[in-house]
Design a protein around this ligand. Sequence first.
Ligand code: SF4
Ligand code: SF4
Length: 431
Amino acid sequence: MSYPKYFMEKGGFKMDISMKHGAEKNPFITLNPPERAVIFMQQHIGVCNGPLVKKGERVLTGQKVGDAVGKMRVPVHSSVTGIVEDIREVYHPVLNRLETAVLVRMEGSEEMKPLPSTNLDSRKEIVDMVREAGIVGMGGAAFPTHVKLTSKGVHTFIVNAKESDPNLVCDVRLMIEKPEDIVKGIMLMVKALNARRIIFATRTREGEIPELEEIMLEHGIEIVRVTPSYSVGSEKLLVKELLGVEVPTGKFPPDIGVVVNNVSTAYAVYRAAYLKEPLISRGLSFYSDTTGIDNLWFRAGTTLRELMEGLEHETRRYDRFVMGSLMMGWSVGLPHTPLLKYSAGLTALTPEFPKPYDEQLKCIRCGYCDSVCPVDIYPSLIMKAEKEDDIDALKRLHVEDCILCNLCSYVCPSRIRLTKHLWDGKDKSRA
Ligand code: SF4
Ligand code: SF4
């Protein structure tokens, strides 16, 4: 069966992704650095950082301003040169709670603090450099990249350039603008892992980015065209799609000898290794219902308002913002909310854009949610078990396998927000 070209499908469900068609042709617009950068201590999965600087101290661009002890620690760096104006709690748009942030007021001319020099001859040197650069998974998970690079017995390294979200094109734009640099980043990670096979999984068509394809072939990287199905870049689903192997429940790809990293992560590794620049900036796709998609290069700690002003949009024209992917992102109400070092998308909607239904109706047992689930679990049954606090049933129904993609909520004709029950069910099953 053939579908119109710009639709994604799963279990009979089709999603219009025409909003992103052609948007990868829009070059990155580099935004001015924020006047006051808000640098959260927690911008990764793992141990929360503590501030390394004091109020009133002068810091340089790229200077480490927060770090912690332990394996799952990833430092954070100032994205501007200036004075630490304050260290206080600020609303964190992903964690949905107040979190400690260092606020740096930009002052004077920019001065960069480069990362320490290293030969990058050994795995340890590469891993240490990646950690010092504060690099996390740029696909949205923010998992510490250096931890992945310490995986043992890895035979296959997969670069995830699937970018399946309906409003994101910044990865493909990066592939068009920085092909050589991306490959340099990939090869460094491969060196650390000592992987034999390298697969580049992309939704682009053959010949669409010839320069990138040529360099990849020179380096023995297999390019695999994946279907543009929506699966939130799930590593497990990608491994299954590419290698035909299931990663068991409770295990991760490195447990079966596979490491997956996002293409923007590879570029961040390049910048750290070759430009001595930690992760303080990245590409982002900005979608508004009035202008479509723009690709931006922004510094961490830039607020939504500054981003909009940089594009000459009036913030007050919009009444809703979604940070991240349209399907998986978080609604943020305040225009002074800062972007994180791994934020890949931002959507701004005017009051004219149709609003979601508020009222939830009763479940009519249509089974749409179950049929659309990409990991083949039963969200309708999990919702029931979660409401009844039935922990045994939650475990039996494999709530842990849920990748929180939101598809079940999206298709429900009764407008039931199933994903909230999946979140809560996961929490309860772990307690
Ligand atoms: S949110 Fe979870 S349960 Fe719902 S469709 Fe996605 S993976 Fe399945
Ligand atoms: S899609 Fe909605 S109405 Fe249909 S079974 Fe799932 S929860 Fe019930």
